[in-house]
Write a protein that binds this ligand. Sequence first.
Ligand code: BGC
Length: 405
Amino acid sequence: MLTCLASVTAASASDVEVLHWWTAGGEAAALNVLKEDLQGQGISWNDMPVAGGGGESAMTVLRARVTSGNAPTAVQMLGFDILDWAGQGALADLNAVAVKEGWDEVVPQALQAFAKHDGKWVSAPVNVHSTNWVWANKSVLDANGIDVPATWEEFEVALGKLSEAGVTPIAHGGQPWQDATVFDAIAMSTGGPEFYKAAFVDLDEDTLGSDTMVEAFRRMEVIRANVDDNFSGRDWNLATAMVANGEAAFQLMGDWAKGEFLNAGLVPGSDFLCFRFPGTQDQVTFNADQFALFDQGGDVSAEQAALASAILSPSFQSAFNVVKGSAPARTDVSDEAFDVCGKQAIADLANAASSGNLYGSMAHGHAAPASVKNAMYDVITAHFNGEFDAETAAAELVDAVSIAK
Ligand code: BGC
């Protein structure tokens, strides 16, 4: 049914209509790399931006479009959402292009798990982001005698120094997906990888309600105590700007934040620093953007095949991800063009994958399906805003997940 609804499209034959949420400055700069690539091939780009980090609003618009029989040609999508649409038969089969170009050999297994359904490629992986990063203003740290903290305890000491000096320690945007992004890192740091997997991937009740989870929520209260009064509802890129211009010291955010620093003309290592959230130096909680191509009725169109092929080309993977802040979605792309944070992202990813330390981000739909993710968002945000104490939050998480799964 969905396939048939999706077969009517607004795009004309040589267009690709692309639904995405890359509306911040750094994101738009990265997207231009793709637009220009396609325009160079004579394919015109019909832009369908839906603002809202994390993509929840974009997914709502997508559902409405598909229901009204007007699916976009290509849609930015994350993790379990891809598998969900593929399971409904809505996505085009990309196997012809994938096999011809040998995607199986070069795309990391962790991404293939979301890009393939029933043995067929259904989406084109663009990048590998990760959420367990901290972004810091170097002059603010230097002025306050703060070194990069290696442990949670050192991080708390740094936060205390900054507060005393009258600097906002953490720039944060109080939106559910941003609260959850912080929680990815806090949970990994508090409980380690086995805890993270048991809680967010296996949805194990004992782990969700454990003392370790209570401690993770307590640490969220420390974060909450170190954000400014105007955090509520703030967009993530405005929080990044606070770090960029020295109004705040740290932001806990995925590496799309780097795209914003670069777009503001700042240099990693001298103007801003990137480091793994203290206590997660060996782990990577990943979030990969992919473009799912909607079935337009019949075989994948020439424009869709060209888009998929352009996305996977090694030169595009380098050019795009250098600007976006992410690592390439192929293992054979040189890190030469990448800055110090990009080189670290690529090396961390390879190390985490080979040492069993690579986990899907809960906050960005790579640990559990959207229903569970959203249930977790509700509890994490309610707790962050003071509705529950840490013990109640852990108990609420158990209940919310058991209802949602
Ligand atoms: C996406 C990133 C994007 C970020 C903020 C994440 O879910 O994966 O590509 O930059 O949201 O919009």
